[in-house]
Ligand binder design. Structure first.
Ligand code: IPE
Ligand code: IPE
Ligand code: MG
Length: 248
């Protein structure tokens, strides 16, 4: 086992790491149902997996990771499940101050905050402030996040700045637009991982995924391991990224 892990690590080129990894962590519910457990058990197991994967990304020297925790569409789930997820996220943010912050992780939440409870909003501010001066990986937790909502939100803010005379429409270009997104100042996604066999974006980082390399696995998120992460990175390093040009 140890030998296998070392071998995989050895295959990773530390000079060609993806700068920003996106993860659509999917399959928690199916993982639980398969075991005769309530869906909530899958979400709890998924939260443990997330800690392991973020810690490994940080140890490897990855600079940014964005994880899809709750989409703008997930409100359509049964109230019981939504309440459980909100409570789990609240505790995750609380505990992250001790665990992930100890790992030097910078934690940020991206998405629309207005629909979240006051308690979660306060905890987000607290966790963000608590970890702001860390120097390790930046972890964006996409919470009540939707790619379309993010773009509409950006357009509204651009319009406000134009109305207030702070911005001239001629100044709008792709670079300026990206500065109005929740991921302001961060690079686009290089490697997008989705578990559970689904092969769709589900409204995740529509702008930032423009040129992402996509990597899919049938494994359900709670079963995803550091070994799987290494495999995704090795695959990524063997792809030819051309960005519309031709292979060098
Ligand atoms: C992903 O697992 C976690 C969230 C969407 C919050 P799911 O809950 O979507 O699990 P499946 O897809 O139903 O198995
Ligand atoms: C995407 O998963 C959202 C998150 C992982 C938070 P879903 O399970 O909600 O997506 P669909 O419904 O399968 O597209
Ligand atoms: Mg799902």
């Amino acid at each position: 086992m140890i030998f296998r892990k070392r071998k995989i690590n050895h295959e990773i080129d530390p000079g060609k790491l993806p700068e920003h990894i996106g993860i659509i962590l999917d399959g928690n519910g199916r993982w639980a149902t398969k075991r005769g457990l309530p869906r909530s058990a899958g979400h709890s197991a998924g939260a443990d997996t997330l800690k392991k994967i973020v810690t490994e990304c940080n140890n490897m020297g990855i600079k940014y990771i964005t994880v899809y925790a709750f989409s703008t569409e997930n409100w359509s789930r049964p109230k019981e499940e939504v309440d459980f997820l909100m409570n789990l996220l609240l505790n995750y943010l609380r505990n992250a101050e001790k665990t992930l912050a100890g790992e030097n992780v910078v934690i940020r939440a991206i998405g629309s905050r207005t629909e979240l409870s006051e308690e979660i909003r306060q905890q987000i501010l607290k966790t963000e402030a608590f970890t702001a001066n860390n120097t390790g990986i930046v972890m964006n937790i996409a919470l009540n996040y939707g790619g379309r909502e993010e773009i509409v939100h950006a357009v509204k803010n651009i319009c406000t700045d134009i109305t207030d005379g702070k911005l001239n429409p001629e100044e709008i270009d792709e670079k300026l637009f990206s500065e109005y997104l929740y991921t302001v100042g961060q690079p686009d996604i290089d490697l997008l991982i989705r578990t559970s066999g689904e092969q769709r974006l589900s409204n995740f980082l529509l702008w930032q995924n423009s040129y992402a390399e996509m990597w899919f696995t049938r494994k359900l998120w709670p079963d995803f391991t550091v070994h799987d992460l290494h495999n995704a990175i090795i695959d990524y390093q063997n792809r030819g990224r051309r960005f519309g040009g031709i292979q060098k």
